[in-house]
Ligand binder design. Structure first.
Ligand code: GLN
Ligand code: ZN
Length: 763
């Protein structure tokens, strides 16, 4: 009989009531001091360990907590701290790296040197962002901050034996950015390994039996250099730190070659994500070869209850062939909300189908009990009942939606005429100048706008008063756009809380949590809606606003929508249908809205696909399958209109090279993209591809309060004009202006219009 333990790979850090966010922000604004922030953090860690223990976790993680980000922690640990960031205290330095700093920085300390924050990037295919260290060929490393040890000792002091979590050396290097072109960060490995050995030795000497070392680089497609680096790293650590057991951990995807590699390394245990590769389970007895195997069986990326009965049946025969088995979530639970028990407004049905971090850990302990032969039949029966009830619930299945999906035909996803013909009709109808100017949709969500929304949601502002307020804001924004001479106007999106939530709240099949926060980066958390059932649109969502806005001007008013892929991507999605099927349902709902807008006289309809690139799977071999259905869904949502109606789309900062073919296939008449920070380099993908449709390369960065000079924008437009046809080019900022103030927005857009006019004059 094998031994069975439950481990957790990482618990959400943010606190049940977002305590970490509030403590951070109050420290940053100077309201509280560093000591009180550290106290909050300590309390959260203590609560988290206790809660996990109560939930039946045998192997508790430590060092999974972070004040900001665990990759930044790793850079801090190994002393990859550029001189310019050094602050008045360690914590100050840490926050200068995380957030950048002007004259005054973290927690009220004064500085002279202003620095920009480290770059951020998405952590694999999650919506969590890590900070990117920039490493130079001469990069020194040293054990600068032994947080793994201090956290381990802190837990120990509270009576908990923990398994510290480290980001592995190869993942750290691979994820970092080379300071100069042509330099391979992996070449720094020999210099980095002694620091890791030192940390691991200190943990071993302090009493740690195991360390979880995360190498999610193993989720990427197999790569010879990475494989060599891993081989070198783990040989070094096994030799230099005898007597410590390493659990080599990877998640999100797993190629056969990388699984084989992981098991071949000199580590005591290997964790595999069986939610992305369930088929690996049967291979494990042969792969394990005496190693401890950690089975990532509970999905750390979604919020659905696991079918434990099915899992018990699958696991039992395999486990009996293994020696030492650990049951675990597939990855850190950082990616899911903390505790379903807080959700007292969710209806009972829905609640009975869900599991957040705490519930997932409980599932693991039930699983362990069942696999150990204990009698948990009552609990398993209750779970089986909830799962069965969900399968047949009429709230999930909508015959009308199923019927429409069954009747979809390919022509529904094609415009009536090819672009070259449509665009002539559109130009005739819209009568816009060369280099037409527009914006991406949202105008500043000022304190007044946010406060009116809050008051309205609390019932302190009547529907009528709120509506009147929004109408007045909209009218002002439209009058101002006319005044400064913008060509295609927007209504400003003042009525929208968020580009996804606003639509999700009006669609059937979506539900919302009160406290389902998930860390996106630092103190920024998101609360993704839950797609639990078939999606449909009971009634028009934006038509009244669009019609009102158009009634105030003779200029063309854009109708603004969020696209199906983005609606899918920024939600927790039901797991009983393929993502493509859910996306198609959303696409139909958006299509209805598009057609209603057209019928109401709206001549340009913009369908934003901000998250289109993000949906790409980790494994390039799976890209085409994703892009096929993602493109199809966009086209299904947009292609129902007449030739004369112009379809726009917008995409935020992306590596467009990966998706240029798909973007062309989307066949939007106009696409606006974020390019200014890259000095139009991101436009290269479109130029190389000879992108035929119209395109608005962003001419100024909306992430910064800086007001661009007219000449800068002219220069960018000239640059674009040298490589694209003048008739192809639109003039717009990089993205929506909701996070900006009017004080910067006004002069920036005035100058943008002037830049467009200057360019027109040269033709
Ligand atoms: N229309 C949205 C806005 O302007 C688009 C935002 C986005 O793509 N991120 O805010
Ligand atoms: Zn954008």
């Amino acid at each position: 009989m094998s031994t069975l333990h439950v481990a957790n790979l990482g618990y959400p850090r943010i606190g049940l009531r977002r305590e970490l966010k509030f403590a951070l922000e109050s420290c940053w604004s100077g309201k509280t001091d560093q000591a009180s922030l550290l106290e909050t953090a300590r309390t959260l860690r203590a609560q988290n360990w206790l809660r996990q223990k109560e939930l039946g976790v045998d192997i508790l993680p430590s060092n999974d907590f972070s004040l900001y980000d665990h990759l930044l922690d790793t850079a801090f640990m190994v002393g990859a701290i550029p001189e310019a960031y050094k602050g008045a205290s360690d914590l100050d330095t840490y926050f200068r790296m995380a957030r950048g700093a002007g004259e005054v920085s973290a927690c009220g300390h004064n500085h002279t040197g202003s620095v920009t924050a480290l770059e951020m990037t998405k952590w694999f295919n999650t919506n969590y962002h890590v900070l990117v260290s920039e490493l130079k060929p001469s990069q020194p490393f040293e054990l600068a901050h032994n947080k793994p040890l201090s956290d381990y000792n802190e837990a120990k002091g509270l009576g908990h034996q923990t398994r510290p979590v480290l980001v592995g050396p190869v993942t750290f290097l691979k994820q970092a950015k080379a300071a100069i072109g042509g330099f391979n960060t992996l070449s720094l490995l020999p210099r980095l390994l002694p620091v890791y050995a030192e940390v691991l030795r200190s943990l071993r000497d302090a009493g740690a039996e195991w360390v979880q070392i995360d190498e999610p680089v193993l989720a990427n497609a197999p790569n010879g250099q990475v494989a060599l680096a891993l081989t070198e790293a783990y040989a070094h650590l096994a030799r230099e730190v005898p007597g410590l057991k390493l659990m080599l951990t990877s998640y999100f995807d797993a190629h056969d070659a990388n699984v084989d590699l992981a098991f071949s390394l000199p580590v005591t245990g290997v964790h595999v994500d069986l939610t992305v590769r369930p088929d690996l389970l049967e291979r494990l007895p042969e792969l394990a070869d005496g190693k401890t195997v950690s089975l990532g069986v509970i999905d750390g990326r979604n919020i659905w209850k696991t079918d434990l009965n099915a899992l018990v049946a699958r696991l039992a025969p395999v486990i009996s062939q293994l020696n030492d088995v650990i049951l675990a979530p597939s990855c850190s639970l950082l990616h899911v909300p903390i505790d379903l028990e807080q959700e007292d407004k969710l209806d009972a049905d829905l609640k009975s189908w869900l599991a957040f971090a705490a519930q997932k850990l409980h599932e693991l302990s039930v699983l362990k009990a069942a696999l150990s032969g204990l009698d948990v039949s009552a609990e398993l029966a209750a779970k089986a009942q909830a799962i069965a009830a969900r399968k047949v619930s009429t709230r999930i299945h909508n015959a009308g939606v199923a019927d429409r999906i069954a009747r979809l035909t390919p022509p529904m996803s094609e415009r009536q005429s090819p672009f070259a013909e449509r665009i002539l009709k559109q130009r005739k109808r819209l009568n816009l100048p060369l280099y037409p100017t527009t914006t991406i949709g949202s105008f500043p969500q000022t304190a007044e706008v946010r406060s009116a929304r809050l008051q309205h949601s609390k019932g302190q502002l009547s529907d009528a008063d709120y509506d009147a307020f929004l109408k007045a804001e909209t009218a002002k924004a439209i009058a101002w756009q006319e005044e400064i001479g913008l060509d295609a106007l927007v209504h400003g999106e003042f009525e929208r809380n968020d580009m996804v939530q606003y639509f999700a709240e009006q669609l059937e099949g979506y539900a919302f949590t009160q406290s389902g926060w998930v860390q996106s980066y630092g103190s920024r958390y998101v609360r993704p809606p839950v797609i639990f059932g078939d999606v449909s649109r009971p009634k028009p969502m934006t038509v009244d606003w669009a019609v009102y806005a158009q009634s105030l001007t003779t200029k063309v008013m854009k109708g603004m929508l969020t696209g199906p892929v983005t609606m899918l991507q920024w939600a927790f999605v039901r797991d009983d249908l393929p993502r493509s099927a859910v996306c198609r349902q959303i696409a139909l709902a958006i299509r209805d809205e598009v057609l209603d807008l057209e019928a109401a006289g709206i001549r340009i309809i913009q369908i934003d696909e901000a998250a289109f690139r993000e949906g790409l799977p980790i494994d390039p071999a799976k890209w085409d399958a994703y892009l096929d259905w993602a493109v199809e869904c966009f086209k299904l949502s947009s292609a129902g209109v007449a030739d004369e109606t112009q379809i726009h789309s917008h995409m935020c900062y992306s590596d467009f090279n990966d998706i240029i073919r798909a973007i062309a296939a989307m066949d939007a008449d106009v696409i606006s993209i974020e390019t200014s920070r890259s000095n139009m380099e991101l436009l290269e993908a479109f130029i190389d591809f000879k992108y035929p449709n119209e395109i608005g390369p962003g001419v100024y960065d909306i992430h910064s309060p800086r007001v661009p000079e007219e000449a800068e924008m002219e220069r960018l437009l000239e640059k674009a004009g040298q490589r694209l046809k003048a008739e192809q080019i639109w003039v717009n900022p990089d993205c929506g202006l909701k996070t900006r103030g009017w004080a910067e927005t006004r002069p920036a857009l005035e100058r943008m219009v002037a830049a467009a006019k200057a360019l027109r004059a040269t033709h």
